[in-house]
Design a protein around this ligand. Structure first.
Ligand code: KIV
Length: 291
């Protein structure tokens, strides 16, 4: 009898170990060091936006390296015309939902407009709230020399910072349009200097948005940290897209840099049309779908 009990004990523990071996905590997580290694060995970094738990779960399981809780949530999720209205509380809500869906990806959260530009103490307070309340792994902010103090202060608290240069949507009313940035020498030169500054301060990566491909190449070659492009051509260390755009949920937005990997607008419209038809015709629910 003791032999049987012993066998049961062993079986139970083997079963527990097997169950644990597929547990979330055993998945190798992406870190800033791994992103740096990816640049060094020439492996491109994949990054997508995510704003909610369900989408984050899919993107993470598919193997996306970095999930960006972008302030584009202001447009995509809330229907605002710009990224300016979204608040710190709303970004934390989106970020904590994304973090709960992730086992492997590195989660970066955009600091919203007005939460870091004013002074560095407020910037640090905002960054700490994001990290503490959402469980995210790093933050992103837009700009170069003009936000140097905020970047320094946040980094000094041990928070990984991703920069964002080129078309910075929080400055849309300064730019006036969403057109390609840094085509002129003066703006290109400032972008190069800002990128170098962000690296020197200690940022772990930089997003370059909508700038000429050759300029992006120069920055990616000159800097040692990963450069992630959106509308910045192929010669960078990784790519980021807004997930609703690349899945074709948003039908109207068709910039040249966007590749659509699905037409979910059509798929979803079709599914919903069929559902409505079935409800109206009493086809749904059937006997089998009722209790
Ligand atoms: O908010 C966002 O989605 C972004 C990406 C466009 C890089 O910042």
């Amino acid at each position: 009898m003791w032999l049987f009990l012993f066998a049961d004990f062993i079986a139970l523990h083997i079963q527990t170990d097997t169950t644990m071996s597929v547990h979330k905590s055993d998945v190798k997580k992406i870190t800033t060091h791994q992103l740096q290694n990816m640049k060094e060995r020439g492996e491109k970094i994949s990054m997508l936006t995510a704003y909610d738990f369900s989408m984050a779960t899919i993107l993470d399981a598919a193997g996306t390296d970095v999930l960006l809780v972008g302030d584009s949530a202001s447009n995509v999720m809330a229907g605002h015309e710009t990224t300016l209205p979204i608040t710190l509380d709303q970004m934390i809500y989106h970020a904590s939902s994304v973090v709960r869906g992730v086992s492997r990806a590195f989660v970066v959260v955009d600091m919203p407009f007005g939460s870091y530009q004013g002074n560095s103490s407020e910037a640090l307070r905002s960054a700490i709230r994001i990290m503490k309340e959402s469980g995210a792994h790093g933050i992103k902010l837009e700009g170069g020399a003009e936000i140097k103090d905020s970047v320094t202060r946040i980094l000094s608290a041990g928070v990984p910072v991703m920069g964002h240069l080129g078309l910075t949507p929080q400055s849309i009313y300064k730019f006036g349009t969403y057109t390609v940035r840094a085509k002129e020498d003066t703006e290109a030169q400032k972008l190069i200097e800002d990128a170098q500054l962000l690296q020197d301060l200690g940022c772990f990566a930089i997003v370059l948005e909508k700038i000429p491909s050759e300029l992006a190449r120069r920055v990616a070659e000159a800097l040692t940290i990963p450069i992630i492009g959106i509308g910045a051509g192929p010669h960078v260390d990784g790519q980021v897209l807004v997930v609703h755009d690349m899945l074709g949920i948003n039908k109207e937005f068709k910039p040249r840099f966007l590749r659509r990997y699905a037409d979910l607008h059509a798929v979803m419209t079709d599914a919903v049309t069929n559902y409505i038809k079935d409800v109206k015709s009493l086809d749904f629910p059937s006997e089998k779908e009722a209790y």
